[in-house]
Write a protein that binds this ligand. Structure first.
Ligand code: SF4
Ligand code: SF4
Length: 82
């Protein structure tokens, strides 16, 4: 059996890292998750005032989820990596 290739995300809900817009305080100036990500795949959507996953790539290293002051970030770790 071949290893399945993760499909390219087409919508934000399909990426491994999601942000709860109700909890995110990026509109108050928080950029913690963007700053701690070593891959630089997270970004702030200035029109919505929330963080989001800009590029569908992730090392599952977790500081974005752990360091978010409001617990808004959720990293969905693939089953095979758990
Ligand atoms: S788990 Fe690591 S690589 Fe993935 S978005 Fe968070 S900080 Fe970036
Ligand atoms: S660390 Fe949390 S509150 Fe801050 S921008 Fe990222 S998701 Fe929003």
């Amino acid at each position: 059996m071949t290893t399945p290739i993760r499909p390219q995300a087409l919508t934000p809900s399909q990426v491994p890292v999601t942000v709860d817009a109700d909890k995110c305080i990026a509109h108050k100036g928080c950029t913690v998750c963007v700053d701690v990500c070593p891959l630089d795949v997270l970004a702030i959507d200035l029109s919505k005032g929330t963080a989001y996953m800009k590029f569908d790539e992730c090392w599952y290293c977790m500081p974005c989820e752990k360091d978010c002051p409001t617990g808004a970030v959720h990293v969905e770790i693939p089953y095979l990596l758990r």
